[in-house]
Design a protein around this ligand. Sequence first.
Ligand code: MN
Length: 289
Amino acid sequence: MKICRFNEDRIGVVIDGEIADVTAILESLGSARYPFPNHDVFIANLSRLLPDLATLSRRAQRVPLSSAMLLSPVANPGKIVAAPVNYVDHLSEAINQNELNHGSRIHRIQTVGLFLKATSSLQGCSHGVFIEHADRRNDHEIELVAIIGKSGRNVPKERALEYVAGYCIGLDMTVRGSEDRSMRKSVDTFSVVGPWMVTADEIPNPGTLDLCLTVNGEERQRANTKDLILNTAELIEFATSYYSIAPGDLIFTGTPAGVGSVRTGDRIRAEIASIGAMEVAVHEKCNIV
Ligand code: MN
């Protein structure tokens, strides 16, 4: 099932180019009292809600996909985990290109570990990316994103995919420079996820997916998730050996070679097999405070 969030926090099931509006499902989540949970309550209940979502979607009002504003399919991720230099070809380009490494030695992911992106950087595809620092190089990075479905700690890789609720496409937008990754990759709107989540039952093997990114129609990145250094299951094992994961946590699995800069006015198109494609506009700095 393809599940999206759209317009003013509505929930939809994507079917044949249309969205079946199943927002009524949220009534079954009940209300929370302070202290509110620090995970995503909809994703935490998703496996229980799937049969009702299917039923509701059959009689729901339909909205054309083309007219909807797609939001992040996860509203409240407790954390956004990301994998640096996790494709062999991107590791090579990061070592060889000074504009990418800024004089820092590039280490293998097993040495450098994972990093976190601020949850305030989360953005749905329809609202686009806003370039806060136009004087710096701002890069696109297409990545497969795993959406965690249940809590876990010290999860072995053999069981790790049981903890995945679904997948979506991610753009790990990046300001190049010498600052810490957690700062350069946490600019508001720099964690684009979408266009919807595909439930894990439709992607039994996330390690065989073609991915492709174009900017203004020109191909920049093309790869397959089989070339990940640490695959999705190994990333979950690695992450949970340090911290627990919770429903709605996002795991950005890393980007292949071909990262490059974008500017105001550009249009990014990101596509991953079995998920779909999303178009993301690049806007100038947002002056809303
Ligand atoms: Mn990345």
